[in-house]
Design a protein around this ligand. Structure first.
Ligand code: UD1
Ligand code: UDP
Length: 351
């Protein structure tokens, strides 16, 4: 089969890596299509290098823009690419604007779609990602669900017959990369963190970072933690932090990191504080306490198992809640294993 794998944003390169490697070893012909949603070296190319993904076969170079412009540009260029290349199958990942644009055009051209990371719901429709996921799930023919909750959500929406409980592909990316990261990465030493407990922080959700007062409230609250915090700053967040803004002394702002350096930082961290979806999962996989600065999460199992604490970012006692959070000793497997293998088997059986 001729397969289009459509990616565009940082977390999608991470989900693509093991699948693309497995497809290359098999009987299908994969075309990697990069929409260009993320374009900085540190947000895009670095991941292809770190994860050994070959250069995209098609690069649409759409770049940043308001949602409508971005999605429309992607759709126009994807339609041209799909009409020319005539894929038999389109694979989309996660819940970004690139996911939605890929699904809409494939559906319009009657090309079957696999949605990897299907069935996630925050039940918060103010998130652009929630709209992208719902539409993509309902347009896709094959839904690869990462968790039991995702399977249940899809079943409730009448999509049970299209659903495959595969587990989460990010488990395989982590398994394939962690030893390499620990051997190659010097980031922990470079930041002089070897003998120092530290927290790792990321923030990029629009409701946390697009309003300057909200973002500064969160950062000032974390200043009260009085523990070292390493903060790789997403470009969206960087735009909001004025050049003149001085973060509290315990918080060290650094550039966004490549995958290998970032997972090395996660591995050595005492605790992870985030509003990212992928990082909540990685915290669990690496056995790190996770604080999620959101009022809800799609990864409800991590909260149920008491390894992830949701904190409403508007609160004024964030530091004390973080300090009081203690994780249990046990940790059941939520995200599965040998996930890529299961996905490839399903894809091979579609022939
Ligand atoms: C997007 C996804 C989000 C995902 C996140 C992963 C949507 C709706 N959102 O959010 O689900 O969690 O990626 O990181 O698709 N920018 C740069 N350089 C880059 C990329 C972005 O400077 O390489 C800046 C641009 O100013 C851009 C802003 O960041 O306007 C936001 O980028 P965008 O891709 O629209 O959304 P993210 O917040 O990255
Ligand atoms: N990540 C990274 N470098 C960073 C921050 C995050 O490599 O500086 C990786 C992280 O390991 C995870 C993924 O990016 O696999 C999460 O992406 P992000 O938080 O941008 O998006 P989300 O998962 O929320 O959609």
């Amino acid at each position: 089969m001729r397969i289009f794998s459509i990616v565009g944003a940082r977390p999608q390169f991470i989900k693509l890596a093991p699948l693309s490697a497995a497809l290359a070893a098999g009987m299908h012909q994969e075309c990697i299509v990069h929409t260009g949603q993320h374009y900085d070296y540190a947000m895009s190319e670095k991941f292809f290098i770190d994860l050994g993904i070959r250069k995209p076969d098609i690069h649409l170079e759409v770049g940043a823009g308001n949602q409508t412009v971005q999605i429309t540009q992607m759709m126009l260029k994807l339609e041209t690419a799909m009409q020319k290349e005539k894929p038999d199958l389109v694979i989309v990942f996660g819940d970004t604007n690139s996911t939605l644009a890929g699904a809409l055009i494939a559906a319009k051209l009657n090309i079957p779609i696999i949605h990897i990371e299907a069935g996630l719901r925050s039940f918060n429709r103010t998130m652009p990602e929630e709209i992208n996921r719902i539409v993509t799930d309902h347009l896709s023919k094959y839904l690869f669900a990462p968790t039991q909750t995702a399977v249940d959500n899809l079943t409730k929406e009448g999509l049970g017959n299209s659903t495959f409980f595969t587990g989460d592909i990010m488990v395989d990316t982590m398994k394939n990369s962690i030893a390499i990261a620990l051997e190659k990465s010097t980031i922990v030493a470079d930041l002089k963190l070897q003998n120092q407990p530290y927290n790792l922080l990321t923030l990029h959700r629009h409701y946390n970072v697009d309003d300057k007062a909200t973002l500064e409230h969160i950062i000032n609250q974390l200043g009260e933690l009085q523990e070292k915090i390493i903060f790789p700053v997403h470009p969206r967040t960087k735009k909001m932090l004025a050049a003149t803004y001085t973060a509290p002394k315990n918080i060290e702002l650094i550039e966004p990191q490549g995958y290998l350096d970032f997972i090395a930082l996660e591995y050595a961290a005492k605790r992870i504080i985030t509003d990212s979806g992928g990082i909540q999962k990685e915290a669990y996989i690496l056995g790190k306490p996770c604080i999620t600065l959101r009022t809800e999460t799609e990864w409800v199992e991590t909260v149920k198992e008491k390894w992830n604490l949701l904190i409403n970012p508007s609160q004024k006692n964030i530091a004390s809640q973080i300090l009081n959070f203690i994780v249990p000793l046990k940790q059941p497997n939520i995200f599965g294993d040998a996930v890529t293998e299961k996905m490839i088997k399903i894809i091979n059986d579609l022939n």
